[in-house]
Design a protein around this ligand. Structure first.
Ligand code: NIG
Ligand code: FE
Length: 445
């Protein structure tokens, strides 16, 4: 065995080999994969490094206590470890669990009529200004009970898992009152406790101006800054604060005020910016040292340069331009060529992107943004994890990381982009446990 064949951790290789010689105790060996494909590292990878996956045939994964203990040639792993359970990947492909870094998954009502209006030529902005859009979902959330919102969210988390997503960033932002925003965040916290999918909570009170503040917008900004942010910080209900920075909602001045307060209260920041117009939101994200700047369909070169200098991760949601029938496509290819490290996300929500599938995002990113299969996988795992401050724990198949991995029924990872509309996820292992298995793949144990 050479270190390049088996990577062991957290112990060093010599200790690992010695312990392994005795048949080191382990919970599970995942074997029988045609391919194992993963980015490597504990920080976002940009530029050319995004395409440099580790791709191996005949490799498996050893798991103990919910963590990856070793990744390497199956023969070596069998010699070194004595796993309680052997899990057969049956000629499929092993990849890290997907990380969806931008979603709005708590809502009670859907907006299929708006979708149809857009197919007839109405724009997202027109629908919003006429009182539809986000405000229509706000009405549903305010009327919905916590129990209803929780039950719906749990069903959606089942769906995320079936589609291979093991960590999901989840925003509030359809309550727009102190009570309803706290209601949403409490539902997110409860779902996180009850469901294997990991949720990262984001407060998005600055998503829109609620109806009752339409004629007195400054008072809503006061409410955000003086009441909502401090309450949510005190109750520890959100790790991140987000804002929809756009001229028809929160302009640069309002955004600065809200972000300054959020930062002072200890929130980490992620921002919806430069989605519908090039307002300079990317520069704003850089100025505030945000973890991520999301959307960016209309970002300028200066904006991208600012993100690069500040190390802000661009979180691209390419299906939104499709849903909104927007001519501007996010310049993902240019970002990578400039050395940036974009992440990919669904932006799952009932308005601008009603899908939970990272796989659809991958295919469209290949076809529309000209990204390679390697870049897409890095963007949907490691870089997305980095945008959530979690690249040390998730996003790759390496020793020391949480054991979040997928068994796909395809011969190699390139099929993730290649095939549109069928779900190749056979099994999902989350924190070292098999939490989902497709019916045609029930494992004999
Ligand atoms: O990310 N841009 C603003 N917010 C969401 C849309 C939410 C909605 O339309 O309900 C987005 O696209
Ligand atoms: Fe969004």
């Amino acid at each position: 065995m050479g270190p390049e064949q088996v990577s062991l951790g957290p112990m060093n290789h010599e200790e690992g080999a010695a312990a392994g010689g005795e048949g080191a105790q382990a919970d599970m060996l995942v074997f029988g994969a045609a391919e194992l494909a993963t980015p490597l590292g504990s920080a976002a990878r940009g530029g050319k490094a995004m395409d440099a996956l580790q791709v191996r045939t005949g490799w498996g994964v050893v798991i103990r206590d919910g963590e990856i203990m070793a990744v390497g040639d199956e023969e070596d792993l069998r010699r070194l470890f004595a796993p309680t359970l052997e899990y057969d990947a049956k000629g499929g492909t092993l990849v890290p669990g997907f990380v969806d870094a931008h979603t709005h998954p708590v809502f009670a009502t859907t907006r299929e009529d708006e979708f149809e209006l857009r197919t007839k030529g109405a724009t997202y902005l027109e629908i919003s200004l006429a009182g539809g859009g986000i405000l229509s979902t706000v009405r549903g959330v305010r009327e919905g009970s916590s129990e209803l919102l929780l039950a719906q969210l749990l069903q959606r988390l089942d769906r995320f898992l079936e589609l291979g997503t093991t960590t999901v960033e989840a925003k509030s932002g359809y309550g727009l009152s102190t009570y309803d925003e706290i209601k949403m965040l409490t539902v997110i916290a409860e779902a996180n406790r009850l469901h294997p999918v990991d949720l990262v909570a984001t407060f998005l009170g600055a998503h829109e101006f609620p109806e009752e503040y339409r004629d007195r917008r400054p008072a809503y900004v006061d409410l955000l800054v003086e009441e909502m942010l401090p309450r949510i910080a005190a109750e520890g209900l959100a790790e991140y604060c987000d804002i929809f920075t756009e001229s028809h909602v929160f302009g640069l001045e309002d955004s600065r005020r809200i972000l300054t307060r959020a930062k002072d209260l200890g929130f980490r920041l992620r921002l919806h910016v430069d989605q519908l117009s090039p307002l300079g939101g990317a520069q704003l994200a850089a100025e505030f040292g945000a973890d991520s700047a999301d959307h960016l369909e209309c970002v300028t070169t200066k904006g991208m340069e600012a993100l690069g200098r500040a190390g802000v991760i661009p979180v691209l949601c390419p299906l939104v331009a499709l849903y909104l029938r927007q001519a501007d496509e996010v310049p993902g290819r240019r970002m990578i060529d400039m050395g940036l490290a974009p992440a990919l996300a669904t932006d799952f929500n009932p308005g601008s992107c009603y899908t939970q599938s990272m796989q659809e995002v991958f295919t469209w990113s290949a076809l529309r943004l000209n990204m390679t299969a390697g870049e897409v996988l890095t963007a949907g795992t490691l870089n997305a994890a980095a945008s959530l401050g979690r690249a040390q724990r998730i996003g790759t198949l390496e020793p020391g990381k949480r054991a979040d991995l997928l068994v796909l029924d395809v011969p190699n990872h390139k099929h993730l982009c290649y095939e549109l509309g069928r779900n190749p996820v056979r099994a999902v292992i989350k924190d070292g446990r098999v939490v989902h298995e497709r019916r045609d793949f029930q494992h004999r144990r």
